[in-house]
Design a protein around this ligand. Sequence first.
Ligand SMILES: CC(C)(COP(=O)(O)OP(=O)(O)OC[C@H]1O[C@@H](n2cnc3c(N)ncnc32)[C@H](O)[C@@H]1OP(=O)(O)O)[C@@H](O)C(=O)NCCC(=O)NCCS
Length: 150
Amino acid sequence: MAIPSNKDILWLKVLTHDDSEFARNLRNANNEYFHNSEEISIEQHNNWLNKTLKENPPTFHIIMLESNKIGTISITNHDDIATIGNVIIDKEYRGCGLGKRAMYIVMGLAISRGAKKIRLSVEYTNGNAQAFYVNLGFIERAVIMEKQCL
Ligand SMILES: CC(C)(COP(=O)(O)OP(=O)(O)OC[C@H]1O[C@@H](n2cnc3c(N)ncnc32)[C@H](O)[C@@H]1OP(=O)(O)O)[C@@H](O)C(=O)NCCC(=O)NCCS
């Protein structure tokens, strides 16, 4: 991979059927960073895909660097609160400022759709992502508590 430069165009492409394998593979390669850390089967993925493709406005986006798919990010707006999710940059593209650029684009999209506040959740164990979000101005507002029963 050539080292990405600031001149390379980073843009968000609305998810289509053609992105199905990319999105599933990227998510499964990064399961450890998400609350549901189990492998996503093709059947589960197809159910999710069919539902997500019908959303209007679209929520799920592929992060593109020029013509390369390098990550995923989603944005959902409810009233004046937006929620960002599925933030993943492919391993070989991390640490070059691309995640930050994608976050700025999606935050702009959220604001253009009426958001006054933007939320996201991050695993307690994912210190890297927490530092990434703090760097973008997010602050901790809640702690989710969980008890293992079985
Ligand atoms: C978290 C993730 C999206 C960050 O993307 P990235 O492209 O590597 O991050 P960037 O290079 O854009 O970093 C942007 C800024 O955050 C800071 N940052 C990123 N990771 C950091 C870390 N581990 N510790 C401290 N700061 C960090 C960078 O230093 C940079 O700061 P600067 O703008 O002041 O130079 C990426 O590492 C990733 O996909 N991780 C695996 C999946 C994941 O954890 N997703 C989040 C689920 S909630």
